[in-house]
Design a protein around this ligand. Structure first.
Ligand code: ATP
Ligand code: MG
Length: 413
């Protein structure tokens, strides 16, 4: 891609009310554009990153038998009344509106638990139809009281939500465990695996615990008690003498760290199915409620967490797996050599952003740092047929031939 072709530009200015570091950096670098507190547009650059995160998540969801679908954003009041969750006293993040037919109320989806049950109910008959494991990437709307964490807490944000419908506890538990493993693979691939911990959290009314995936992050809004030695993490919200007893640990076994919740998974048991009459006919001919699970990942929050964790004082630093482009190409002096390398990179299948603007090299260098693409390439007369390669993350500089460069980027050398 030629820089001249993407419309977003770097800027020194951010909206005065934007206090969050991830949003400030993403806005300055041209990935994100602020609409209002907690509401952001994603430019072509920003969308590339979101799509790469989605693709990693999608591959891992498909690998454990998930099927992708897409639910509507507009939801019916009657759907949520079945479980008494239409009530603003019960769910405090609802956005609602009315149709022009005289006032039929509709809600903007903040979750899809009830709607997905209502849909699958229309297809499910017997035990032979189970398990059903479905997921989607969908913009959730939540009227959050505070939205001060940039894209880490949106009033509109992108979530991956998965729902499992199982025959019984055994089938449910098997899938639940495979989701934990899939999530661990996802966070590893996203480059935050080492700092992400499966955390015991409040389970709601029907199970002792749910599991959250918490990533160490100073911009996060949660605290967890973490014991790296014992590989156990407990959300601050449920820490108590009783919990410590249960795990046979003392408070001194833990350090308290600030984290961001990047995902969480719930075992709903059969309660919600009973409320919604979501049943199947089992082998013995009896009607039984479906065993349900729900599994979220905050896709846009993950993007914000990655920004917060890796950025330095010069700008963003993307892990290679989710960078919008692998290389940022700058030609010094005559552009002929840069043009030629640009074409060769495209032919080699390397994602390249070529800074073809008529600007001084110094300005392009600063932008390359701000935009945070893993490798900055320079061509110039002085370098001859070699290309200068600067690794954004480490500042390491090398001069390579074109073939060496391609090997380097493809991770072969
Ligand atoms: P939180 O406690 O942070 O409000 P939650 O418990 O409401 O999260 P869920 O409803 O389980 O979260 O949503 C699944 C995932 O979606 C969360 O683990 C988180 O990563 C993400 N998420 C939740 N709310 C937001 C938000 N307002 N903006 C961005 N991501 C969010
Ligand atoms: Mg919430």
């Amino acid at each position: 891609m030629r820089y001249k072709q993407i419309f977003s530009r770097t800027s020194k200015n951010v909206p005065a009310d934007e206090k969050s570091r991830n949003a400030q950096l993403l806005i300055r670098a041209g990935y994100v554009n602020k609409v209002m507190a907690g509401v952001y547009n994603y430019t072509p650059l920003g969308l590339l990153v979101l799509e790469k995160i989605k693709q990693i998540v999608r591959q891992e969801m498909d690998a454990i038998g998930g099927q992708e679908l897409l639910m509507s954003s507009l939801q019916k009041k009657s759907t949520w009344q079945k479980t008494d969750r239409w009530d603003d006293q019960k769910v405090d993040v609802w956005f609602k509106s009315k149709l022009k037919d005289g006032g039929t109320e509709v809600g903007f989806g903040w979750s899809h638990e009830e709607p997905i049950i209502e849909m699958i109910q229309q297809y499910l008959n017997s035990y032979k139809d189970l398990p059903i494991n479905v997921y989607q990437f969908q913009n959730k709307m939540r009227n959050e009281l505070r939205a001060k964490s940039g894209i880490m807490r949106g009033r509109e944000f992108l979530m991956k939500d998965m729902y499992s419908c199982s025959l019984d506890e055994t089938q449910h538990q098997q899938f639940y465990n495979s989701v934990i493993e899939a999530y661990n693979r996802i966070f590893d691939r996203l480059g935050i695996g080492e700092d992400t911990f499966v955390t015991f959290a409040s389970g709601g009314a029907f199970t002792d615990f749910s599991h959250e995936f918490q990533t160490i992050c100073s911009a996060g809004e949660d605290y967890i008690y973490l014991s790296k030695d014992r590989k156990i993490a407990i959300n601050d919200e449920i820490m108590s003498p009783e919990i410590l007893d249960k795990f046979k640990l003392t408070i001194d076994d833990f350090e308290r760290v600030k984290t961001a919740e990047v995902g969480n998974i719930f075992n709903f048991g059969r309660h919600k199915s009973e409320q919604m009459k979501f049943k199947f006919t089992d082998k013995d001919g009896q009607e039984k409620p479906v065993h349900l699970g729900s599994y979220g990942i905050g896709i846009s929050r993950v993007m914000g967490v990655i920004v917060e964790k890796f950025a330095d004082d010069k700008g963003l630093i993307w892990p290679e797996q989710i960078a919008p482009y692998q290389v940022y190409l700058i030609g010094i002096g005559e552009q002929q050599k840069a043009e030629e390398i640009y074409q060769k990179l495209l032919a080699a299948g390397i994602e390249v952003l070529y800074d073809d603007r008529d600007l001084r090299p110094g300005q392009k260098f600063a932008d390359a740092e701000l935009i945070g693409i893993p490798y900055r390439l320079i061509t110039s007369d002085k370098l001859g047929h070699k290309i200068e390669v600067l690794k954004r993350q480490t500042g390491e500089v090398e001069q390579l031939t074109f073939d060496q460069l391609v090997d380097r980027i493809n991770g072969r050398k």
